[in-house]
Design a binder for this molecule. Sequence first.
Ligand SMILES: C[S@@+](CC[C@H](N)C(=O)[O-])C[C@H]1O[C@@H](n2cnc3c(N)ncnc32)[C@H](O)[C@@H]1O
Length: 470
Amino acid sequence: MDEFQAATDRFLTWFKSVGGEFRDDLLEIRDLRSQNAGRGIVAIKDIPQDCTLFKIPRSVIINVQTSELAKKLPDVFNEEINDEDEDSQPLDSWGSLILVMLYEHLQGEASRWKPYFDVLPTTFDTPIFWSESDLKELEGTCLTTEKIGKHESDHMLRSRILPVVLQNPSVFFPKGAPLLSEDELLSLAHHIGSTIMAYAFDLENELEESDDEGEDGWVEDRDGKTMLGMVPMADMLNANADFNAHVNHGENLEVTALRADLKPGAEILNYYGPLPSSELLRRYGYVTPEHQRYDIVEIHWDLVQSTISRLLSLSVDTLDAIEEQQSEDEEECYHLIERDSGEPDEEGRLTKPAKLREVCPDLEDRLKQFLKALKTSNPKLIPDKRKRDELQNTVLREALMAKLAQYPTSTKEDKALLKSDGLSKRHRMAIEVRLGEKQLLEEAVSLVQETNMPQPIEGAERAAKKTKRG
Ligand SMILES: C[S@@+](CC[C@H](N)C(=O)[O-])C[C@H]1O[C@@H](n2cnc3c(N)ncnc32)[C@H](O)[C@@H]1O
């Protein structure tokens, strides 16, 4: 038996020994590495609808309430709120769980969750771990360096998490264990942060109504409704936009089958929500065709303004002045294009095709108001409403084309690349993310053309050719 399978077996034995229930007459934890999906849970018999597949007692969850760390360092989790200084506010649920997981990891054999740690991942495909050349493949997409957040998370870990460990070595490091340097700890904390991002659950409180104080000791998230924790076995489930299982949060956590047609060989799948491919990749390090229906594109207002500037030969300063006069409140810096994707039904099935019905109502409205203001300030440029409407359509179409030009490759090139052999997993996922965005943009361009048939204004046709890519 290989070590992977041995670790799975140890984990299952441990899970049952701590009070977990697992229907191994119906299910199996399977090695899905050949499908790039790690471990997963697969049916080995027909599974009836609403059947409880496994149960996880709350005592098996790892969080501030169950780990010894909060008892050893109570002050760390109970700091006084000081609004002036961000770094002395209490740790949020995210930071608290990183500390708890660091502590349990460093306990090694002494941690009561050791067999669980042995089945957690050792490597990740989330973009925070990608090299510069991997990241280049995501150029133009929603996944900007800022969104990936390496810098911000370095700062948070260095300022909030590492000092607690470094100031309390006797708590975090068992007797005789080597101490880790700050850099080693940072790398371990990143690893644990990414595990939490891809594995932790927002836990609903077992009490029906909880107050914001979390008097039972659970750490609550910023909404005050949920708590973050690691849930062994529930996190062994892979997930998709078309799913067939649900995690119920009661006295125990229970996973139930949603469908009546789960046959032997079917993978039991959880649901992470209607996430676009970019977000699925950022948080979980994978993409699936089923999530593409939720893809989004961000259109930055700066791009729309620069399109107006180019088409009307107006300086950006002139346009900024109009923008300032016009809006009292701070406006969004970007607007989203997204399809009407509907909801999965109660069995987790996607029943309707996703469709782009409107390009982007809030962007179109903002553009309309902006052009109205421009017309008032310069009536010669936009003499009447008909001209303004034409201009609005042209600007929208041209801005979409300019956004398409921000990706380093065309749709056609990406489709050809996906057919080629030898692409790395990361490269393939980056292509799928950028191709999904471009296909949505192309649908948006077609929609503008279908609904409006814009008349080109002087100079626009030439500019459009310049921005198009081959
Ligand atoms: C909560 S864990 C699920 C269990 C995981 N497969 C394991 O071996 O530990 C989430 C991670 O599983 C993988 N995953 C989940 N759903 C997947 C899917 N449909 N296809 C491929 N990988 C998936 C991703 O790596 C993700 O970060």
